[in-house]
Design a protein around this ligand. Sequence first.
Ligand SMILES: C[S@@+](CC[C@H](N)C(=O)[O-])C[C@H]1O[C@@H](n2cnc3c(N)ncnc32)[C@H](O)[C@@H]1O
Length: 344
Amino acid sequence: MPVELAVAPGLADLALNELREIARRSGLPIPAAVMSDDAVALDWPGEVRSLHALRTVQYVSRVWRFEVPRPKALLGDAALRELSEGLVELSAAGEAGFSGLRLSAAGRDSSVMQRLALALAESTGLPLREDGDLLVRVRPGAASGWEVLARTTPRPLSVRAWRVCDRPGGLDAGVAAALVRWAGVRDEERVCNPMLGSGTLLIERAVAGPAACLHGFDVDPEALRCAERNASAAAVLARLRLWQGDATEVAPEHERYHLLLVDPPWGDAVGDPQANAALYAGLLRASARRCLSGGRMVLVTQEVRLIERLLSERSGWVVRQQRRVWHGGHRPVCLLLERLPLAV
Ligand SMILES: C[S@@+](CC[C@H](N)C(=O)[O-])C[C@H]1O[C@@H](n2cnc3c(N)ncnc32)[C@H](O)[C@@H]1O
């Protein structure tokens, strides 16, 4: 079945890896895929429902391709029947029912698009609504013809059921899941998430697999309460240890970790750019002491120049990989750092 996985731009390769894992686990052939910056297109050999387990993907769409010159041809009997049957099948298969249909297309107000929207609403029995959760998109095909895409779930997959509490500057859960996999998920590792916030990185790490320990802390008690509520909703709270603490300080008897996951204040929704210079310097210093020699830190921030400058000084860290992603109107850098063996 032709599908498209929408991903946060910059993370498509990680989504494709996760998709291949699901195919392997389900005993399905690994499908060939076409990857762009923000999407992975493929012919999925299994049930579409099995794709809803993908954590790194924003949402999944079922795709229909029509070799027609203009969208008006989508109103023809054969195309309309194929689309209607497909959408009815999709809404019948959905774990949570759809409550309305929304059509998104360039020229959405044209009479052709309006007739198409009405015809699809009628065949699915769903009302046409501005906030409809059966999202149908019409767009020109990459090379020729026209494509119709329908999101397969009422809400994006990246909107997690566990998020019962939100905080300013919270990370998108799909991005967090991708970064966790990028860092590597290893059962024997001790993992810590300083600057925990609402807990997104730590919860996604816990869901991704076992670990020797999963620790997290934040200077703000409100953030801790929020992370606790989310972790409880994700049914992982019992596996975490959370406390109030400062990420720029390390107690003499500090614990040491194989992996640190850190999303510090970016200086807009949380924190301010002036304070960040000292905060980031302190964070790198303390994290180098918290991390085992040869251990890793994933750090995601919009403070690109600042972090590059600090890392070029004797920080105790070396950049092993980096990537830029799009995240809620920002383009943060994601760094995979390795702790150098020498103490700093
Ligand atoms: C960008 S938010 C983290 C968001 C988190 N990734 C999420 O998804 O909710 C940064 C967090 O750093 C915390 N913070 C700021 N300075 C800190 C410090 N010195 N030590 C520990 N936490 C700190 C803030 O309280 C805030 O919760």
